[in-house]
Design a protein around this ligand. Structure first.
Ligand SMILES: CCCC/C=C/CC(=O)SCCNC(=O)CCNC(=O)[C@H](O)C(C)(C)COP(=O)(O)OP(=O)(O)OC[C@H]1O[C@@H](n2cnc3c(N)ncnc32)[C@H](O)[C@@H]1OP(=O)(O)O
Length: 393
């Protein structure tokens, strides 16, 4: 693995939590609001972090890091790392943002935060009724069934519905459940102003023990499983594209039966910019849908299409004015959902079945090419640029 990728992997692996994880495990005391946490409580909390069942995510890890530094060293008084040293700069910013917060208050905040994290990551007690148990989908995905339509809604509007690793798993589970439920039609849509900004680029920073190579291997396996679910989905699958779409949320549209878009939507596959290559079977479906040269402009050069252009090229079924988009689309889908479900399934099978074997082969090849790409300097540099906020689409 070449220079930057290796450095990136090692530095991220050494982690946002760093030294706090080295302390031996002890129990955690919950303190009353009037008391300030003792050094022992703090040490316990530091150990407790190690026992969390769920990864709390980078934002929380940064907060923990900053509070730890403030509690152990006091206000940040080390020089600010350079612009290009983006991981250390992010950590420095988080610590520095705590200003003159006292060591004792930082210790207390750290203990409180760990206490909340521990409580929320605890599994339900054996007595808890089934309805109170955690649902399979995370908060970032909302699945509802009504009027013969199962709707899978991406629900991370603050992050433009970027897909976390957990969301890929949850979408797979939601599609598997929808394929067997009573609904006639399944819809994928987004909350907020975006449909989806594609793969969450911070997924690449959660490096497992096996490092970058293992990360690329497991991401490729997940990608393959994810796309296979769309290839095999047995009922009419409709995308309700409520805003701009990027990356994998665009490429899989070739596997949907119908795509409705607001006139605010755009369709962008910036794979070369990201040092990556096409997925979602788009290397096969896009040339078929729009011809090889239009497909190349999108997939090689990252040309962004407007909703009208995507419709003219056959990727989108119909475009609606944004003001009436939701009303018109859902009225239409409700009417379609009353059609005989078995007839729709069988018709879909006839239309799609002869292509399935080919699509599975394309998916396998695209996933394996990406596995290599994700370990390349081109890709690591692009992700590092995005994370350091120097690059946006
Ligand atoms: C395991 C399977 C892997 C499959 C691989 C698939 C490949 C792809 O999908 S490639 C496409 C990857 N996506 C991108 O490159 C998009 C990156 N995002 C952007 O360029 C911009 O955020 C935007 C053009 C989508 C939106 O710009 P805008 O100025 O309107 O909003 P922001 O302030 O940038 O975004 C708000 C907030 O959301 C975060 N965010 C947005 N998209 C992503 C993303 N893809 N990954 C991670 N985070 C994302 C953005 O950082 C902002 O966060 P903060 O508010 O915390 O700064």
């Amino acid at each position: 693995m070449a220079g930057l990728a290796g450095r990136f992997a090692r530095r991220w692996c050494s982690g946002l939590l760093g030294s706090p994880l080295q302390v031996p495990a002890l129990g955690l005391h919950v303190l009353g609001p009037a008391m300030l946490a003792s050094q022992k409580d703090f040490n316990n909390a530091v150990s407790q972090v190690k026992l969390l069942k769920e990864d709390p995510g980078n934002e929380v890890k940064l907060k923990l890091y900053a509070l730890y530094k403030q509690a152990t060293e006091g206000p940040c008084n080390v020089p600010k790392p350079g612009m290009l040293d983006f991981i250390n700069k992010t950590k420095w910013d988080a610590w520095n943002a705590l200003g003159s917060l006292s060591k004792e208050a930082a210790r207390q905040n750290y203990v409180d935060l760990v206490s909340r994290l521990s409580a929320s990551s605890e599994s339900p007690s054996p007595e808890a009724p089934a309805a109170d148990r955690k649902q399979p989908e995370s908060d970032s995905l909302v699945v509802t069934s009504e009027d013969g339509i199962t709707t899978i809604r991406l629900n991370r509007p603050a992050k433009k519905n970027a897909l976390t690793t957990q969301m890929y798993h949850d979408i797979i589970a939601a599609l598997q459940a929808a394929s067997k439920d009573e609904s006639a039609i399944t819809v994928l849509t987004g909350s907020g102003d975006y449909y989806c900004s594609g793969n969450d680029l911070t997924n690449f920073t959660h490096l497992p023990a096996g490092g970058l190579e293992e990360m690329a291997r497991s991401a490729a396996a997940l990608l393959r499983d994810f796309v296979n679910c769309f290839i095999d989905f047995p009922k009419p699958l409709v995308a309700v594209v409520n805003g701009p779409a990027v990356g994998i949320s665009v490429t899989i549209l070739g596997l949907f039966d119908v795509v409705y878009a607001t006139d605010r939507a755009s369709f962008h596959t910036p794979f070369s910019h990201l040092g990556q290559s096409p997925e979602g079977c788009s290397s096969y479906t896009f040339p078929k849908i729009m011809g090889s040269s239009k497909a190349a402009e999108m997939l090689l050069f990252g040309k962004k299409l407007t909703a009208q252009e995507a419709c003219a090229q056959g990727l989108v079924t119909e475009v609606f004015p944004d003001g009436t988009f939701q009303k018109e689309v859902w009225a239409r889908l409700k009417a379609y959902s009353k059609l005989p479900p078995n007839a729709m399934r069988i018709s879909k099978q006839i239309i799609r079945n002869r292509e399935k074997e080919k699509l599975h082969a394309v998916n396998a090849e695209e996933s394996s090419v990406l596995r290599e790409r994700w370990q390349s300097d081109e890709c690591m540099n692009a992700i590092a640029s995005f994370l350091s906020r120097k690059a946006k689409l």
